[in-house]
Design a protein around this ligand. Structure first.
Ligand code: MEZ
Length: 536
């Protein structure tokens, strides 16, 4: 058994005492007004002191978190370097920056279209948030469901702010995304007759979460990586893009690359570029721990911004309600929402439920923060405070063996520390999970302001509005990854690249100077602050 404190053990007893009653009756849902209030008063997006207004670039005047402003207005890694752009090291049709699910899907579709494709990634293919996604992928492909209902769930959950044409594409192409993955070999959970098993996520009115136990992202990434390798698409790993290159017509035409070990600079010329660099959890906005992959440092936003690409909703982040709050070794790691889909409730130190467990993520996270910070009903943990997620309820409601069968990764993650989640509840607290905002794109995946620059995956802003529902991210990396790959695979055929230039970087530097910004903060960041790597 885990070495809980006496206070934690006493509180756990109260959770056990209320369990049987709670299994009979769910906590009621909040009204729209109650949701707005809990968000306004508790969600980190509403902490005005965490923000500042950008002084330069396409979103000048807009607010973003300090940590992002520092990078968007940071110092180019090319400062003081003279590069010869006339002899590129690589010359391809489509350059994909990023080695996660979106980048891999894009590369596969661009390859299908006959393009000469190259992927470049600062770590290795698969070192990405895709790999970390657990609970599943949404698609309305059951008889009681439809893309229209999926749209309504996601639009409401995102506070009616999603860009219509992007969300429309997401939900309508979802069933085909599942079919595509299934045919590529993803081992989805299925019934004996082959029908896919689907569950609810927070804010969904239908069971449309398709999963591979709680290894959904890892299984999808495994399959996509195999497909990239099987096709022989070149992947240049441990090599970061540190600046986009344009041509003299002002269109994107490649990228400056840096070998992460040697710091050697390489030039990649391309007819079109796809940014698929993922999220930003490793910036630890507002001091939050994160569920994100080690490389999630908002690099694509910086590359795009310096080249003139507009951002959309860069001020809004997702704090997943249930990051592990104890033990300290897994502080902030994702405890999949599927745990709540299967029946586990959130309860406070007295064993009382305080929120309907499948409200949308922003509302649930805010309710946990309120319970701990305002109502003082949290439980002290090694690193702070948390609430209980009553996992033994899953075995009561779903039958013995449900946890091992449906969420083995969770059982294993806690089991390593002597916590048997079938028998004991676990301690959780919100963790930085997803970047709702990103680069603004049109329905074909191209930046709204920079030609021949495509964007896919978490680096895109606006697909989900101001809050994303569970399982719509694994979906968007597939739908918008494929979309960018197909569009780029058509577009490159009519592109004639003129002389390569980095004059946009000089222009951006001049803007910084004019705004009085003098900084030594290098960007893109590439790896988190605590990295000891000598090359960074
Ligand atoms: O979409 C997600 O973020 C997801 C599936 C996470 C999870 O809770 O498992």
């Amino acid at each position: 058994m885990y070495n809980y404190t006496a206070e934690q053990l006493a509180s756990m007893k109260k959770v056990e005492a209320t369990r049987a009653e709670r299994c009979k009756k769910l906590k009621e849902r909040m009204t729209a007004d109650e949701k707005q209030q809990v968000l306004r008063e508790n969600h980190p997006d509403y902490i005005t002191t965490a923000y500042e207004n950008l002084k330069v670039g396409p979103n000048k005047g807009d607010k973003v978190l300090h940590e992002l402003a520092e990078l968007l207005q940071g110092k180019s890694r090319l400062t003081g370097k003279k590069l010869d752009l006339t002899k590129p090291d690589f010359d391809v049709d489509v350059l994909v920056i990023g080695g996660g699910g979106a980048g891999s899907s894009a590369a596969i579709e661009a390859d299908n279209a006959g393009a000469k494709v190259m992927m470049v990634t600062k770590l290795r293919i698969g070192d990405a948030n895709t790999m970390m996604a657990e609970g599943g992928i949404q698609a309305a492909d059951k008889p009681n469901d439809s893309p229209a209902i999926h749209y309504l769930d996601a639009f409401g959950g995102g506070h009616f702010a999603a860009k219509h044409e992007l969300l429309y594409k997401l939900v309508n192409e979802a069933p085909d995304a599942i079919r595509w993955l299934n045919e590529l070999g993803v081992m989805f959970d299925k019934m004996p007759d082959g029908t896919m098993v689907t569950t609810h996520g927070g804010g969904t009115s239908r069971k449309r979460m398709h999963a591979c136990k709680d290894y959904s992202g890892a299984e999808i990434m495994r399959t996509l990586r195999d497909e990239v390798f099987n096709r022989g698409i070149p992947v240049v790993d441990f090599t970061a893009a540190i600046e986009l290159i344009k041509d003299t017509d002002g269109k994107v035409a490649g990228a400056v690359l840096m070998n992460m070990e040697t710091k050697d600079i390489l030039i990649a010329k391309a007819k079109v570029v796809i940014i698929a660099t993922g999220g930003a959890g490793r910036l630890h906005y507002q001091g939050f721990p994160t569920s994100n992959h080690y490389g999630a440092t908002a690099d694509g936003l910086v590359l795009g911004y310096r080249a003139g690409a507009k951002l959309l909703y860069a001020d809004t982040l997702q704090y997943h309600p249930t990051g592990a709050a104890e033990p300290t070794q897994i502080f902030g790691a994702l405890v999949t929402e599927k745990v709540r889909s299967l029946g586990a409730q959130l309860v406070n130190c007295d064993g009382e439920p305080f929120v309907y467990s499948l409200e949308t993520r922003d509302v649930t996270a805010s309710s946990i923060i309120r319970e701990c910070k305002k109502r003082n009903k949290g439980i002290k943990t090694t690193d702070g405070v948390g609430v209980w997620l009553d996992t033994p309820q899953i075995e009561i409601l779903g039958g013995e063996g449900t946890i091992e069968k449906r969420i083995p990764a969770m059982m294993r993650m806690f089991g390593k520390y002597g916590i048997d989640i079938r028998k004991e509840p676990i301690l959780v607290y919100p963790t930085l999970h997803y970047q709702n905002g990103g680069l603004d794109i049109s329905a074909d995946g191209m930046s709204t302001t920079v030609e021949n620059l495509y964007v896919a995956g978490e680096a895109v802003g606006g697909i989900h509005g101001r809050n994303r529902l569970m399982g719509n991210s694994l979906l968007d990396i597939i739908v918008f990854g494929r979309n960018a790959g197909k569009s780029a695979g058509e577009k490159y055929k009519s592109v004639e690249v003129k002389e390569l230039t980095l004059s946009h970087v000089d222009a951006f530097n001049a803007e910084l100077k004019e705004a009085g910004i003098e900084t030594e903060v290098l960007s893109p960041k590439l790896l988190p602050n605590y990295t000891k790597h000598p090359a960074i």
